[in-house]
Design a protein around this ligand. Structure first.
Ligand SMILES: [Ca+2]
Ligand SMILES: [Ca+2]
Ligand SMILES: [Ca+2]
Ligand SMILES: [Ca+2]
Length: 290
């Protein structure tokens, strides 16, 4: 409990640390991602964008009155092609992309990268503003170009730990205001949806908020999560199809995948920083010669 007392007694410190800014600002933004040269691809297609509620929903990307779901898919796609950040909102929100052709499972090496906007705390190698999302992959087995086939989670470092909850379910209600903070006053529920609830399920990671040198921050997870390591870390942001498991956690050997889904895997809200929510700034194939 000590960590949480620290959170509540030093919210501003935590806020400044996690937001990476030097002064309190009423229009705090997600940090702009660093995008590796040559990493962006016009072949990236956004097939689904279903964020949960969150303080950057309707901003990253921007919703304008009248926008349809198709409009939001195109805006999300435009952002990811440019290396701009999109938010997945709180627990269970996700985005699904394809990259124009199958991603091959390169033997004995990682196969693609997921870019985000995580950064490390100054002078630390184990804490930062990690907001981990799980990564799932799928093959277009029925060859219809749609992500309607079996999904396999890539088992990251937390997958088999007892504190990780699989098949966690949550229902977000449009009328819920528990996430609201004074820094972001736009609606937190996706405004293009006609429904008033969002039902989600997926892997839930336990809290990794830790105290280091008197400052509270998110512990960076060892491997296998989006928005966890900075984009400058080419290994920490890379994923291997060899990590794929089925619904029962049994390893599955995949020679390729056609679709990649990133889903927020944490369900935590803090007084000054708001909810933890995964951001994505691109998905990039690793070439065999890299
Ligand atoms: Ca591989
Ligand atoms: Ca399909
Ligand atoms: Ca976030
Ligand atoms: Ca983030």
């Amino acid at each position: 409990m000590k960590h949480f007392y620290t959170v509540f007694f030093c919210p501003l410190l935590l806020f400044l640390f996690l937001a990476g800014i030097s002064s309190c600002s009423p229009d705090t933004q997600e940090p702009e991602p660093v995008v590796p040269a040559g990493a962006l691809s016009d072949s990236l297609t956004v097939l689904e964008y279903r964020p949960a509620m969150g303080q950057f929903v309707n901003i990253l990307p921007e919703y304008r009155v009248g926008d349809t779901y198709q409009d939001m898919l195109l805006k999300t796609q435009q952002s990811l092609r440019q290396g701009s950040v999109i938010t997945l909102g709180g627990f269970g929100g996700y985005v699904t992309v394809s990259l124009g052709s199958s991603i091959k499972n390169l033997p004995d090496k990682r196969d693609f990268r997921v870019l985000g906007n995580a950064f490390m705390a100054q002078g630390s190698t184990r804490t930062g503003n990690s907001e981990p999302g799980i990564v799932l992959v799928s093959q277009d087995v029925n060859l219809n170009g749609l992500p309607d086939d079996t999904w396999y989670e890539l088992a990251g470092s937390e997958y088999f730990k007892p504190e990780t909850t699989h098949n966690y379910e949550k229902t977000w209600h449009k009328s819920d205001t528990t996430l609201n903070n004074p820094f972001h006053r736009q609606p937190y529920f996706p405004q293009w949806l006609t429904d008033t609830v969002i039902h989600v399920s997926g892997t839930l990671l336990s809290s990794h908020m830790v105290a280091e040198n008197g400052v509270v921050a998110q512990q960076v997870l060892e491997f296998g999560y989006a928005d966890n390591y900075p984009n400058t870390d080419s290994l920490g942001t890379a994923f291997d199809l060899d990590w794929a498991v089925d619904q029962n956690g049994i390893h599955v050997q995949l020679g390729y995948c056609d679709f990649v889904r990133i889903q927020t895997a944490v369900d935590e809200v803090y007084t000054m920083i708001g909810e933890l929510s995964t951001e994505v700034a691109g998905v990039v194939v690793i070439k065999s010669q890299e």
